[in-house]
Every structure is written in structure tokens, then in C-alpha cells.
Design a protein around this ligand. Structure first.
Ligand code: ADP
Ligand code: TYD
Length: 209
């Protein structure tokens, strides 16, 4: 099963990815966790270029192509081989991040975004995508309390940019059946319960088929 987590920065994805991994492993499942951009030697090098604040003059076209290049590599090097072996793959961000950030956020046309996705991921589409939704003001609050965390090139963007990204996710959630919208303002425990209940429901339905 291929599970992805999406949402604006600081929505709580990494926290939930870790909890879900532990839950599935405790049930005896093999789990592979990936973070995007990254997950392979080549993809991590591309991540460094993408998040480096020195690269403030990066054009949006360069940005979408680099995120997609990192993704093309991790899809072929890790995601597909693991899925073929029946391993659960959990990814902290995947191609919906590019649609939301580079498409809705930066303004690249959705038609062009789809063309790039086709090359990068082909048919490797997640089975289920948890979109953890929080207002941008809450993201700002969490950003400010996380002292010591140095902000990367994208995290330093304006509030207006994150509002567009959030709107993008909400619009994707209306179009894509695989999207499950989770209220990120709930407690960590309640969010985990909601996620586990979706996963268990899906496994039950698959067994029944
Ligand atoms: P992301 O991976 O989406 O950037 P994190 O999981 O790193 O998010 O969480 C960002 C910050 O918000 C962390 O300080 C984390 O402890 C906190 N956090 C995570 N989930 C919640 C929640 N449900 N309620 C309040 N704070 C949360
Ligand atoms: P990361 O530190 O992994 O952020 P987070 O913990 O919020 O997931 O950095 C990834 C940053 O890159 C984040 O700001 C979102 C952005 N991003 C895009 O703009 N497009 C993409 O396709 C992906 C995968 C990430």
C-alpha cells in the first residue's frame, strides 16, 4: 500500500508519519518511510539545492523540474521496488506537493504540472493521501515556537503564498477520491486515531474483495 501525507509546512505530517510507521510495524508489517524531496543519494543532493536559502533567485520552472527530478529517482529506486515486494510505503509529501506549491502557490499552469508529473511518476499514484489541514496562522504560530529550527528557502515564503498552497490542497481534496482531509487542529492522538481508522478500513475492504 502506498500512503502519502500532505499539507502546508508545520501541519504535523512528520509526527503522524512516525506514529503510523510504528503502528504498522507493531502489526508485523514491513514499512518503508520516505521524505520528499529526498530518499535517495541523488534526491538528497537535489533537496539541498532546492532548500538552500542562497538560491533565492531560483525560477519557478527550475523549481518544479528539480522537485520532479528528485521524485523520478526515488520512485524508481525505492518506491516501486518496495511496492512490488508488498512493503508499505509511507511518503512525507509526494507529487501533490508540487501541484499545491509550484502550481497553486507559484502559478505554474496545472496543464504543465501534469505533464511533468507524467514523466516523474507515471502510474505510481498513492492509494491514500492524508491531507492534514491547518490554517496558515496556526502554521505561523508553530513556526515561531519551534526555536532553533533554521528556516529553509521555501519556509521563509510570505503568508500569501501559503494561503494559495492551502487553497490548492483544498481544491485537490475535492477532485481526488484518494484524499482524506484531516483536521490538523485536533490533538496528535485524535489525528492518529483518524488515520489508523482509515488505514484499517481500507485493509478490511481489500481483504473482503
Ligand atoms: P511537518 O512535518 O508537517 O512540518 P511536524 O510533524 O514537524 O510537521 O510538526 C510541526 C510542529 O507542530 C512540531 O513542533 C510538532 O510538535 C507540532 N505539532 C504536530 N502535530 C500537532 C498537533 N496536532 N497539535 C499541535 N501541535 C502539533
Ligand atoms: P521539508 O523540510 O521536508 O518540509 P516539511 O517538513 O514541511 O515537509 O521541506 C520541503 C519543502 O519543500 C516544504 O516547504 C514544501 C516544499 N515542497 C515543494 O514546494 N514542492 C514539492 O514538490 C515538495 C515535495 C516540497
Amino acid at each position: 500500500m502506498f500512503i502519502t501525507f500532505e499539507g502546508i509546512d508545520f501541519c504535523g505530517k512528520s509526527t503522524q508519519v512516525e506514529l503510523l510507521k510504528n503502528y504498522l510495524q507493531a502489526k508485523g508489517k514491513k514499512v518503508e518511510v520516505i521524505r520528499e524531496p529526498g530518499g535517495t543519494g541523488i534526491s538528497e543532493k537535489i533537496r539541498h539545492i532546492l532548500l538552500d536559502r542562497e538560491n533565492h533567485n531560483m525560477f519557478m520552472e527550475t523549481e518544479i523540474l528539480l522537485f520532479s527530478a528528485a521524485r523520478a529517482q526515488v520512485v524508481r529506486e525505492r518506491i516501486r521496488p518496495s511496492l512490488e515486494k508488498g512493503i508499505y510505503v509511507i511518503s512525507d509529501r509526494f507529487y501533490d506537493s508540487s501541484t499545491a506549491y509550484q502550481g497553486f502557490g507559484r502559478g505554474i499552469s496545472i496543464e504543465q504540472i501534469l505533464q511533468v508529473h507524467r514523466i516523474a511518476i507515471g502510474m505510481t499514484i498513492p492509494d491514500i493521501t492524508f491531507f492534514i489541514d491547518i490554517p496558515v496562522e496556526e502554521a505561523e504560530r508553530r513556526k515561531n515556537i519551534k526555536s532553533g529550527h533554521e528556516l529553509d528557502r521555501i519556509e521563509v515564503s510570505e503568508i500569501d503564498f501559503f494561503n494559495k498552497v492551502r487553497e490548492g490542497y483544498l481544491s485537490l481534496a475535492l477532485q481526488e477520491k484518494r484524499f482524506k482531509v484531516i483536521n490538523g487542529m485536533e490533538s496528535i492522538e485524535n489525528i492518529q486515531k483518524a488515520i489508523i481508522s482509515e488505514i484499517d478500513k481500507r485493509e478490511f475492504n481489500e481483504k473482503a474483495l
